[in-house]
Design a binder for this molecule. Structure first.
Ligand code: ADP
Ligand code: MG
Length: 839
């Protein structure tokens, strides 16, 4: 491999060829799940076991036709499930790909972002601060490159790298001119030629990270798991009860028939009672939710975050870039000593030659406008630099200009002033000016200089310098336009917005005031925070929403204080040092644009557009998804009640088994419409109008609250009473014609199902409003029409004979429609009463 300085990377074709030769840059190839295994898995669900038992019984009963129909349904439901699961998998994989690590490489002579998995040996990759190195390779160019290799060597101290050109063979195992996969760039930049990928890397050899953590169930999944179990146990008990009752009911039948009939009625009930939709609801709702969020620029990295999102009560956000546009412009300039030219030139000399910080870009632009081009500024001889750190909040460069050494320093005024010699009057005047500029919402930067005699007296660190203050500059970074509105939304939604910034408190406060953060005059500075005990901080965060002059390490304590107060905290971060706080927060939010790879890896959510508005939208969607899960769970309860009760009650009323309202066949038929109602219709429900007008939900609250349970049971009981009543009355009038009676009861349940979705779309909006809201959704119409067509077909075609149903007369049809409507719409009265009570 040629590692010359003129390396321009690979061509796309060459990269393709090498990928075929070397494979993907992955530690272990992703496992493909066996299709048969998946089907087997579905077949082992209790619901399917029951279905199959029922089918077998039909065959034993000598009714192979019924058995066959059952099996067709079983296959139908399995297909729905397989398709559903396949879709979910596809969604989740697409999400994974989107949030997979990327790396910048030089291909075809231009810089490109590619998935790290597509790296091949010979690729030229660009590294910079915050990158997690994806492959092993030699350093061919680097500047200030410091790498944290603790994941490999256990050595906490960063390693300063050099380029291969400057390296002498040392014989050490860990080379200084080589970068290793799995390690982390903490400073500097480099160009590295990839040498080894995937399992060939040192990291791959050790085998860390190969064993991926098993996917853990989310809290909701655990909750519903328990719920399903409880229902299954109850179903088992009732299975026995109903079986035994049926046994005594049909004493006149032959022994063989008695056994089979008893088991069958028990199986029907069990089938009717197991809410096997619950787990489906969760996976589908969460993954579809994540998918919808991805389309809106918000990538969910961990599925459970979707459910946590809706409970967020505190939003800690960085000021620069998230709340503001990160587009700085020079606004004010104040001279302390010397000339304006000197100040401007020093400011320029204090910037990075390859500035990427928007503030420095603004400064250099300003220099340009005042006659100091970059070329002229940086034509001088660069001697050394004092690097910017979050702790120091200042930086400097030392240049040799026309043979004279010059220190050009800039940074936060508080810090720069500590290394400047000023008289008391000068200091007071400066401080007054700092206050004035800050209160305008400007970021204030102090510029200072010194002229060392010779190279020997250049101070080793910036804090040892004695500088002359040249003056102050004020830079504006306007808040994003939509932020003010978003803050209003958050205030109404009971979500506290907390601003965290490395900037000065007065500036932060001025901006907070502009955008409407409540109590914007209360500020905690990094210094004050350090002096506080955990308990004091906990009390303080109850009232204060602005943290100024903080360093990333403080963020951890801030999150902790909020969490200990019982809040659900979302926090943004972009730097390497933000990772621990992001991990600790309930929802860690990394920035897709300016964030580091490390922060992205620690985050639950990646914000593709770095925009505050997207965070608020995401929280809103989180609330909507949780709402819909609750609606769906309530729905499943409700709709199973008429089915279960019909099976439960029949033997007690002495109805002969063949004349039951719902034979196993019909239970399965109902499942066929219940399934899509849950996973398609309810998943798509739009957010309710007041979704951001209520406080965050209590995170400890159970999914199935008492209120929801009572409502669901009541609704279910009414539908049961109406459908079973219609069936029973018709049957009593015409005992010989169970088909008609059954058709009436079944139609009522199917139609009630449609009304139910509309009525329960909101707990307080009346149904006509929901209908207007839902009418825009084509899928909704498709499902509604589908149900009606299905009903028409099973009643009015020859199919009805197979399904033991019969066509209804017009009068009967209208009656069925009316009864179905009544059985659900009564709930509108409850809404009305609630409304009247409130007013
Ligand atoms: P923020 O939270 O607003 O992003 P930073 O942590 O980036 O704040 O910066 C904190 C402070 O450090 C700034 O207010 C400024 O005083 C100082 N500072 C930031 N970048 C530079 C720089 N390139 N040169 C000099 N000072 C800087
Ligand atoms: Mg910053």
């Amino acid at each position: 491999m040629t590692n010359t300085k003129t390396n321009t990377g690979l061509s796309t074709e060459e990269a393709k060829r090498r990928q075929q030769q070397y494979g993907k840059n992955e530690l272990a190839p992703p496992k493909k799940e066996n299709f048969l295994k998946k089907i087997l898995h579905i077949l082992c669900e209790p619901m399917f076991l029951l279905l199959i038992v029922a089918a077998v019984i039909y065959f034993i009963l000598g009714e192979p036709r019924d058995g066959a129909i059952m099996l067709i349904f079983v296959i139908g439901i399995i297909s729905i499930d397989v398709v559903q699961e396949w879709k979910t998998d596809k969604t989740l994989n697409a999400l994974k790909d989107l949030s997979a690590p990327h790396v910048t490489v030089l291909r075809d002579g231009t810089e490109q972002q590619i998935p790290s998995a597509d790296l091949v040996p010979g690729d030229l990759m660009m590294l910079y601060e915050g990158v997690k190195i994806p492959a092993d390779g030699s350093v061919i160019r680097c500047a200030d490159l410091c790498v944290d290799e603790s994941s490999l060597t256990g050595e906490a101290e960063g390693v300063w790298k050099i380029s291969t050109e400057h390296a002498e063979p040392t014989g050490d195992y860990w080379r200084k001119d080589y970068c290793y996969a799995g390690t982390l760039v903490t400073q500097g930049t480099a160009a590295v030629v990839v040498d080894k990928i995937g399992a060939q890397t040192e990291y791959g050899k050790i085998g860390i990270g190969v064993a991926t953590a098993p996917q853990e169930d989310t809290p909701l999944q655990k909750q519903t798991g328990k719920l399903v179990k409880t229902c299954a146990i109850i179903a088992a008990a009732l299975f026995l009860l109903v079986g035994i009752f049926t046994w005594f009911n049909i004493a006149d039948h032959a022994f063989h028939e008695r056994i089979v009939e008893s088991i069958l009625s028990g199986v029907t009930l069990a089938m009717a009672m197991i809410p096997e939709e619950f787990p489906v609801i969760l996976t589908v709702f969460l993954s579809m939710g994540a998918w919808r969020l991805a389309k809106k620029n918000s990538l969910v990295r961990k599925l459970p975050s979707v459910e946590t999102l809706g409970a967020v009560s505190v939003l800690c956000v960085d000021k620069t870039g998230t709340i503001t546009m990160n587009q700085m412009t020079m606004q004010e300039i104040w001279i302390a000593s010397g000339t304006e030219e000197a100040l401007i030139e020093t400011m320029g000399l204090g910037c990075e030659t390859e500035a990427y910080d928007p503030m420095e870009k603004a400064m250099l632009r300003y220099c340009e406008e005042h006659g100091f081009t970059k070329e002229s500024l940086f034509a001088n001889e660069f001697v050394t630099e004092y690097a910017f750190t979050n702790n120091l909040k200042m930086m400097g460069h030392v240049w040799r200009k026309d043979g004279q050494l010059v220190i050009a320093a800039k940074g936060s005024p508080e810090r720069i002033l500590t290394i400047c010699s000023l008289t008391d009057e000068e200091r007071t005047a400066t401080e007054k000016q700092i206050n004035y500029l800050s209160s305008e919402g400007l970021r204030v930067i102090a510029i200072a200089t010194a002229y060392p005699e010779n190279d020997g007296v250049i101070p080793a660190s910036i804090t040892d310098c004695h500088l002359t203050l040249l003056g102050l500059v004020g830079l504006a970074d306007p808040p994003r336009e939509s932020v003010k509105n978003d803050i209003t939304v958050c205030n109404r939604a009971g979500i506290r917005v907390v601003m965290i910034t490395g900037d000065n408190g007065i500036t932060a406060s001025a901006i907070a005031k502009k955008i409407g953060i409540p109590s914007s005059d209360r500020i905690i500075t990094g210094e004050a925070l350090e002096a506080m005990s955990d308990e004091e901080l906990r009390q303080a965060v109850k009232k204060v929403s602005i943290f100024s002059r903080v360093i990333p390490e403080h963020k951890m304590r801030i999150v902790k204080a909020f969490k200990e107060n019982g809040e659900i905290v979302a926090m943004t971060g972009d730097g390497v040092n933000d990772a621990p706080a992001l991990k600790y927060a309930d929802i860690g939010i990394a920035m897709g644009k300016r964030g580091s790879e490390v922060s992205r890896e620690a985050a639950d959510l990646i914000l593709m557009d770095d925009n505050f508005t997207t965070i608020v939208e995401t929280v809103k969607d989180g609330r909507r998804i949780y709402d819909n899960i609750r609606k769906a769970v309530g729905y499943v309860f409700t709709i199973h009640i008429p089915i279960a009760f019909a099976s439960l009650l029949a033997p007690f009323l002495g109805i002969p088994p063949m004349a039951l309202l719902l034979l196993p066949l019909h239970v399965v038929l109902l499942e066929v419409i219940i399934d899509p109602t849950c996973s398609i219709v309810l998943e798509r429900q739009p957010a309710e109008a007041d979704i951001m007008d209520r406080n965050p939900r209590n995170p400890k609250e159970k999914l199935l609250t008492k209120k929801l349970l009572i409502k669901s049971i009541l609704q279910g009981l009414v539908i049961f009473a109406v459908s079973f009543g219609a069936y029973f009355i018709t049957f009593s009038n015409e005992p010989g014609n169970a088909e008609i009676a059954r058709s009436m009861g079944l139609s009522i349940i199917m139609l009630a199902n449609l009304f139910l979705v509309q009525v329960n779309s909101s707990d307080h909006d009346f149904v006509f409003r929901s209908m207007i809201r839902l009418s825009k959704d084509k899928v909704m119409w498709a499902v509604n029409l589908g149900t009606l067509v299905l009903l028409g077909v099973i009643l009015n075609t020859p199919l009805s004979g197979y399904l033991k149903l019969a066509p209804l007369s017009v009068t009967q049809s209208l009656m069925v429609l009316g009864l179905a409507a009544i059985s659900v719409l009564w709930y509108e009265l409850v809404k009305l009463m609630k409304k009247l009570q409130k007013d």
